[in-house]
Structures are given as structure tokens and as C-alpha cells.
Design a protein around this ligand. Structure first.
Ligand SMILES: Cc1ncc(COP(=O)(O)O)c(C=O)c1O
Length: 389
């Protein structure tokens, strides 16, 4: 496994499109600049070599068992294969779930700053976005504001919440006690929780991800978990995610609406092969990828400490995204963005897109070879050390 190889990405890469021409370094959208595992590449090769890409027979039992075994192996989480459903992406799955679990005008709670499509999908589905800001400490640590969460979840207008676990962008891997408190609140007020656990495999050494429903088995009917092989194994373009639904009523609604009406039921032929290889034969790649991310984080942390000591880098517990407060160097979010894109030629995700709490923060995707990361850090320091008026 070579995580240092500079791979020329194709024209269809969202992350890299236009970057070369502008001499910009793209460390934004959350995919990795690493080659996939050999198992995935080989499975796709074999599929291509078949030379016929006709209709598939969908998610067969062996596919579902392979996904099931993966979560059992890594998280001691067991779910019946009858409770495993498909959506093209987690964002699509969340959007569909919002339609199944709530009505127009209902409130849906999110904990900001958070992955911006949560708000977008809530609003696109004409639900009302209710936000509970995470508590932000001076050293960059975040925690949930349980009093605020409880007050908002108690409202009769709020149907449920979307939990981001691990949390993008602040990098928290929620502790058991924190997840227990979230579940206790949801249970007290009879609300569902959509738990987006797409980052569950990208965990810093020393931390453990707990699937939400394993924390509150007695409440699991109201917990809907979204997972996917795409983030972990760098196959986002294959568009494949899994939704775990236990409650018979919700399963009935999913089947009637998503499978029967919308005809969304299984990965395409290439995604089937890639996903199977990811779940069954890529554990070693996953372990090494995590080590590489930990190493990249150590580099950035040491660099910032030395070169930009007033930047506040939140402690990363999970995800391959760093969340850094640069307000000591630039107080105007628009100017900060301009300085990043135009002067430093760096494309990060500007913090404000995750909520107003993110003004003057940047989210940096560190899933790239060290040579790219080092150059990005260098450009950042050169720019922020300049006095711009
Ligand atoms: C928390 C979270 N959920 C969902 C997604 C995207 O999922 P998908 O591509 O399966 O829609 C991302 C991608 O960055 C994410 O960070």
C-alpha cells in the first residue's frame, strides 16, 4: 500500500476539477487521494473483464451477509440482514428518511457546526431546521449542549434529529455516556434519531466508535443508522450506502416508497463488486489508511504549533478532516476565503458552510500524500504570516 503515490485523478473528479489549471491544492470535498485496496481494484477488474454489464440480481443474501459480517467484526454490532436497505448515498438516504419519518413543516434537529447537506436536505424537503450549537471550548474541543438539546427535542414541533457520529467537521468520536444521554433524551420525548455513521471506520488510535443502536438496544426501533463503504474505502463515485431500519412500520414505508415507488433497491454492478471487496477483503488497507491519517494529523499539528501558533486545531478523534480556527489571523470570513483561494491557492472547505459557528474556520481534508499536505501547510503559513490590509 503506497499512500504517497501522486495519482493523476480523472477529469470527473469533483475535488480536483480545475485545480491543476489554477495551481490550486484541493483539500476539500471528502474523498481521498489514495488508491483503493488491491481487493477492490481486482474485483472491479474482474467485473470489467466479464465484458457484459447487464441487469444484476440486486442485493442477494451473500452480499448482505458480507456487510453484516463487517459490522459484526469491527463493532460487535449485529443486525439482521432483513433490516439492511440500500440507498445510493447517505445524503440521499437521509433525504428519503426525512420524507418517511416526518411531515412538511416538522422540525428536525442538527448539532452545528455540522455537515452542511443536513440542513440542505431538511430544507429541500420543506422541513424546518432546528439547530443546537455544540459547545466550543477555547482549546478547540467540542461537546454537546445537552440542556439545549433536551429543550429543543422536547418541543412538539420537532420530529427527530440527525446525529453525526463521528462528527464532521469537528472530529469528535462520541463517548458512550454522550450517546446514552442523546438516546435518553430522544426516548423521553419519543423522537427518532437518524444516526449518520459514515465516518465510523476512520478513527484515531486510542478512540472507539460505538454504533448508536448498540448503546440503546431497547430504543433501536427509533434509531435509523446510515453507513457506507464509500468514505472508508474511497469509492464514493460508486454511490453505495446502507440504511439499517428495524421497526416494521418504517421498513414497510421504505419498501413502499423507496423500493416500489422510486425503484431504488440495489447497488449497480460495479458498486456491488467494489462494496463486497471493501467489506470482505480490505481490513488491512483500512488499518493502514488509519495509520496514515494519524501520521498526517501529527504533521499538521506540529507544523501549526511551530509556524502558526495561534491557529486552534480541534482535537481530531475521527474522520480524515481537520477543523481549524484561523480567526487569530483573519477576522473576516470572506477575506479569509479569498486569501485561501486567491493568494494561497488552497481549496479547503470554508468553516461557515457548516454553520455560522464556523466563521473563520477551515476544514482541511488530510487524506492525501504527505507531499501535498506539506505544500498546503507551507502555503497556509506563508499567507497567514502576511499582513493584509
Ligand atoms: C457526515 C457525512 N454524511 C454523508 C456524507 C456523504 O455521503 P454520500 O456520499 O454517501 O451521500 C458525508 C461526506 O462527506 C459526510 O461527511
Amino acid at each position: 500500500m503506497d499512500f504517497e503515490e501522486l495519482i493523476e485523478r480523472g477529469e470527473d473528479s469533483e475535488k480536483w476539477q480545475g485545480a491543476k489549471a489554477k495551481d490550486e491544492l484541493p483539500l476539500w470535498v471528502a474523498d481521498m487521494d489514495f488508491a483503493c485496496s488491491d481487493a477492490i481494484i481486482e474485483a472491479l477488474r474482474q467485473r470489467v473483464d466479464e465484458r457484459i454489464y447487464g441487469y444484476t440480481n440486486g442485493m442477494q443474501e451473500d452480499y448482505k451477509q458480507c456487510v453484516q459480517a463487517y459490522y459484526q467484526r469491527h463493532f460487535h454490532w449485529h443486525f439482521p440482514i432483513e433490516d439492511l436497505f440500500f440507498s445510493n448515498g447517505v445524503v440521499q438516504g437521509i433525504s428519503l428518511l426525512l420524507q418517511l419519518l416526518s411531515n412538511e413543516g416538522d422540525g428536525v434537529l442538527i448539532q452545528t457546526p455540522v455537515y452542511h447537506p443536513f440542513r440542505r436536505q431538511i430544507e429541500a424537503n420543506r422541513r424546518c431546521c432546528v439547530t443546537s450549537s455544540l459547545i466550543h471550548h477555547e482549546d478547540g474541543r467540542y461537546e454537546m449542549n445537552f440542556a439545549d438539546l433536551e429543550e429543543k427535542m422536547s418541543r412538539s414541533t420537532v420530529a427527530g434529529m440527525i446525529l453525526c457520529s463521528p462528527h464532521n467537521p469537528v472530529g469528535r468520536v462520541w463517548k458512550i455516556e454522550e450517546l446514552q444521554r442523546v438516546c435518553a433524551i430522544a426516548k423521553r420525548y419519543h423522537k427518532w434519531i437518524i444516526s449518520d455513521e459514515i465516518h465510523c471506520d476512520i478513527i484515531k488510535e486510542g478512540y472507539v466508535h460505538h454504533p448508536l443502536e448498540t448503546i440503546a438496544p431497547e430504543y433501536k426501533e427509533e434509531i435509523i443508522t446510515c453507513v457506507a463503504p464509500t468514505k472508508t474505502f474511497n469509492i464514493a463515485g460508486a454511490e453505495c450506502s446502507h440504511i439499517i431500519l428495524h421497526k416494521e412500520e418504517y421498513k414497510k414505508r421504505w419498501k413502499a416508497f423507496v423500493i416500489d415507488q422510486l425503484c431504488i433497491s440495489a447497488p449497480n454492478c460495479f458498486a456491488l463488486s467494489a462494496s463486497k471487496a471493501a467489506h470482505a477483503n480490505s481490513d488491512e488497507w483500512r488499518a493502514q489508511m488509519n495509520q496514515k491519517i494519524d501520521e498526517n494529523e501529527r504533521y499538521v499539528r506540529a507544523f501549526l504549533q511551530k509556524e502558526l501558533p495561534e491557529a486552534v486545531l480541534s482535537p481530531r478523534e475521527g474522520t480524515y478532516l481537520l477543523w481549524v480556527d484561523l480567526s487569530a489571523y483573519e477576522k473576516d470570513p470572506e477575506r479569509l476565503q479569498q486569501r485561501m483561494r486567491k493568494h494561497a491557492r488552497l481549496h479547503f472547505n470554508e468553516g461557515i458552510m457548516f454553520g455560522e459557528e464556523g466563521a473563520c474556520f477551515e476544514r482541511i481534508n488530510i487524506a492525501c500524500p504527505a507531499s501535498i499536505l506539506k505544500e498546503a501547510c507551507h502555503r497556509l503559513a506563508v499567507e497567514l504570516k502576511k499582513e493584509r490590509v
